[in-house]
Design a binder for this molecule. Structure first.
Ligand code: ADP
Ligand code: MG
Length: 614
């Protein structure tokens, strides 16, 4: 398949501070630049009075003059309620929308965070379309590993509002690990992803299992990043220049200067701050060294330590961090030499610095997008089963083997037996869904496994479900006596399910949770009754007249109660469970008698049988 024949999917890092878009081109992931050659788009949107919204750099320039109508860090609001973000230091107003979620309020207009994010995504889409000279309709978008369902859905909606079908929401640390090529490490490799951006710090520990990254632990600080270093440097500069009573605009200029100085000091030893016409016609200049910056930044950056140690403890790596296979750096702020030294010290090893840290997430998103549209051959799948998979068991119950949201590829199995005597085989009905009763779930396939008839519980059938990276489900049933296998292959249907159908199934399962559960308890109790009644008949036949009169009577009345409960309309699961328990207790002496009798018989047999030993 040539590249032009495959459908195009772009990868997007929708960041708190900066956003980027990338794609796989001729087998290589690349990031796309706008008309002025910039790949980093500041995640800022400004709403000038009576004009079209501005996005990116021009919006950022408005921030100091129009703080109330310039929206930055909108990612912090995605899928959140006002109470959850009340401590955020935002320059603009927010309110609670009709559904309780936060909305940005600009003069008398209100915007959902996803509508603002959509403007950023639209800009990235346009950048990509201009660079690639073809329409862009699909995207992979990254989110922090700790984002909950609501935040992920809000991100998806933002994409849709921007005219993009979001084919995958990808965890940022996973994307970064892909960009660093860590999917080529061996099985069970463990890596730490240290991400220090503009306003957030995230530490994630990942483990590579069967070619898929799993997030084992995450921690961080949602209010720690390069912006804090900028503010510390701002105070240092104010002090050095003996400035006081700065206007809003002056502090904004100085803050911008501090950021520039900080970024330059990642590679230079000193930097000259120049502020032309800062106070009237007076220009100011002063020199700062990396040393001074580091002394000001140290107490702030020290705050990365605790989250790292916690994540290591959660992942049960504890103080053996040097055994991690890699530590990778993500986020613009990890360009600071001080940060790199701290990471080396905390993790007991030099971090991998082979990628641009502020581009790694976008690059990884581009790789994942390339895989999804067939531009990258190698298989890296991060799919999950959208619904539970299982088989029908005796009594019409659903027995889940692979629960919903299992990462694929996956394999799991269970051992089953014949519930009634003299069965000649077992029917395996493969089901998908969240309901307790088999009949309410969807049937994906059906087959029978024959085995030798025998007493109840004598057959041993192993059933194994295996989904490969292409979403193909293989159901294998094995008669463990003969080792005979029967295999059923089910093409993609186990994984490719329409989103609406998944949602309908899940909401039905919630809606019927109570009645479903009752029916399961009833069915299980009924099976138990049938089992006990059958055992009772056998015991009576075996014991004959050996049973004392008074016990006979108690057993008889307990038996009657069970039969009555079985015929109660509507079914009363609790009543049947109680009757079962009484019958169980009433038949205890019977069981004891049976054991006695069996022992006596065994003893007799021993005395009459010839023995090998003398
Ligand atoms: P986010 O993930 O928050 O969207 P980024 O990963 O793009 O953001 O990080 C932005 C932060 O990185 C800003 O605080 C910026 O000042 C900082 N940064 C960018 N380049 C450098 C550099 N060379 N040295 C130090 N910090 C830098
Ligand atoms: Mg980021």
């Amino acid at each position: 398949m040539s590249e032009s024949e495959t459908e195009l999917i772009v990868g997007i890092d929708l960041g708190t501070t900066n956003s980027l878009v990338g794609v796989v081109d001729s087998g290589f992931p690349i990031l796309l630049a706008d008309e002025s050659g910039r790949r980093l788009l500041p995640s800022a949107v400004s709403f000038p009075e009576g004009g079209e919204p501005l996005v990116g750099e021009p919006a950022l320039r408005n921030r100091s003059l129009l703080p109330k109508t310039t929206i930055t860090s909108v990612k912090r609001l995605m899928g959140r309620r006002p109470a959850e973000v009340e401590n955020e230091d935002l320059s603009y107003e927010i309110r609670s929308g009709s559904d309780g979620f936060a909305e940005v309020s600009i003069q008398d207009q209100f915007f959902r965070p996803e509508e603002i994010s959509a403007l950023i995504l639209k800009r990235l889409k346009a950048t990509a379309e201009a660079a690639l000279e073809e329409p862009v309709k699909k995207a992979v978008i990254t989110v922090p590993a700790y984002f909950n369902d609501g935040q992920r859905n809000a991100t998806k909606r933002a994409g849709e509002l921007a005219g993009l079908e979001v084919v995958r929401i990808l965890n940022e640390p996973t994307a970064a690990a892909l960009a660093y090529g860590l999917d080529k490490l061996g099985e069970q490799s463990r890596v730490a992803v240290f991400d220090l951006g503009g306003g957030t710090f995230d530490i994630s520990l990942l483990e590579l299992r069967e070619g898929v990254f799993e997030v084992v632990a995450t921690n961080g600080d949602t209010r720690l990043g390069g912006d804090d270093v900028d503010r510390a440097l701002l105070s240092l500069l104010t002090e050095k220049l003996s400035l006081s009573d700065l206007s809003g605009e002056q502090s904004a200029t100085l803050l911008e200067m501090a950021r520039r100085a900080k970024e330059a000091l990642s590679t230079e030893e000193t930097f000259t701050v120049q502020l032309p016409f800062f106070q009237g016609d007076q220009s100011l200049t002063c020199e700062v060294s990396r040393d001074e910056l580091e002394r000001a930044a140290q107490p702030i950056l020290d705050r990365v330590r605790k989250p790292c140690l916690r994540a290591l403890a959660d992942a049960k790596i504890g103080d053996a961090a040097e055994q991690l296979d890699q530590v990778i750096l993500v986020g613009g702020s990890t360009r600071m030499p001080l940060v790199r030294r701290m990471v080396a010290e905390i993790f007991g090893q030099e971090p991998n610095t082979t990628q641009h840290p502020d581009e790694a997430v976008a690059l990884g998103a581009a790789i994942q997008a390339g895989v999804l549209c067939g531009r990258v051959r190698q298989v890296v799948l991060l799919d999950v089963t959208p619904l539970s998979l299982g088989i029908e068991t005796y009594g019409g119950l659903m027995n889940v083997i692979l629960p919903r949201n299992t990462t694929i590829p996956a394999k799991a199995g269970e051992l089953f037996t014949n519930p009634v005597a003299n069965q000649e085989g077992m029917s395996i009905r493969v089901l998908q869904g969240e309901r307790e009763m088999a009949r309410d779930n969807w049937e994906l396939g059906y087959f029978t496994l024959a085995f030798e008839p025998g007493p109840k519980g004598s057959a041993r059938v192993g059933v194994q479900f295996e989904i490969d990276e292409n979403g193909i489900l293989k159901v294998l049933a094995r008669d463990t006596k003969t080792n005979q296998d029967t295999v059923l292959k089910i093409e993609n249907s186990a994984v490719d399910v329409e989103d609406e159908q998944v949602e309908a199934m899940i909401s039905e399962s919630v809606e019927h949770a109570f009645s479903d559960m009752n029916e399961r308890i009833w069915t299980e109790a009924k099976m138990k009754s049938e089992e006990m009644l059958a055992a009772l008949d056998m015991a009576r036949a075996a014991l004959g007249e050996a049973l004392p009169e008074e016990e006979k009577a108690t057993v008889l009345s307990a038996e009657k109660a069970v039969r009555e409960a079985l015929n109660t309309e509507p079914p009363d699961a609790q009543k049947l469970k109680q009757a079962n328990q009484q019958l169980d207790e009433a038949t205890e002496p019977l069981a004891a008698l049976l054991v006695e009798k069996a022992m006596a018989q065994a003893l007799e047999a021993q005395m009459t049988a010839p023995s090998a030993e003398s």
